[in-house]
Design a protein around this ligand. Sequence first.
Ligand SMILES: CC(C)(COP(=O)(O)OP(=O)(O)OC[C@H]1O[C@@H](n2cnc3c(N)ncnc32)[C@H](O)[C@@H]1OP(=O)(O)O)[C@@H](O)C(=O)NCCC(=O)NCCS
Length: 183
Amino acid sequence: MILGERIRLRAVEQDDLERYVTWFNDPEVRKHLEMILPMSSADEEDWYQNMRKSPPAERAFAIDIRDGNGWTHIGSCSFLHVDQINSLAEIGISIGEKKQWGKGYGTEVVRLLLKVAFETLNLNRVYLRVYEKNMRGIRTYEKAGFVLEGRLREARFSEGSYQDVLIMGVLRSEWTAGKEKRG
Ligand SMILES: CC(C)(COP(=O)(O)OP(=O)(O)OC[C@H]1O[C@@H](n2cnc3c(N)ncnc32)[C@H](O)[C@@H]1OP(=O)(O)O)[C@@H](O)C(=O)NCCC(=O)NCCS
């Protein structure tokens, strides 16, 4: 387990998969994600089996929030494309429980991933891709310390039009300076 203040990140279990199928088939959740077509339980099972064979640092985490004395599963996040030579990785996050959006959990997850990236995985740069219309996502990443590094013009086609894909990143030096400021 990786413990935050109100959240924890843990390994994904088989029992979680049906929730992923529900979440990722919800057009509102999927709107700003790479997946565009409906997904079956079998697709999700294939994803799970492949994910378990990927390098340990690239295996997805389930996101749980504190719920009384227990925990409730609300989403998923992961490191992708971990590059040990250049000490960098991409991150991805989805909170599938829509009623939990806008409560600061996304920001807390991203901050916790950065802590893991810099203090455990010994990375130097963490980046992500976000669609320009995903204002909630962009704001979340800014709050966690990401800055805009560039844009891939018209690299995403959805709902009948193109939009830019923004590349945002954080360097270890920026994160360390921010940590000193936060105390
Ligand atoms: C994107 C996501 C991870 C953010 O998590 P979250 O818990 O909802 O985010 P937080 O509550 O920490 O922060 C959201 C911020 O966005 C702001 N926001 C929400 N809608 C907004 C909008 N339309 N325009 C501008 N800001 C907006 C909120 O006000 C909040 O900022 P504030 O604290 O300054 O008020 C989550 O909503 C999610 O998983 N969405 C669906 C999948 C997705 O988009 N994944 C990311 C793909 S790159």
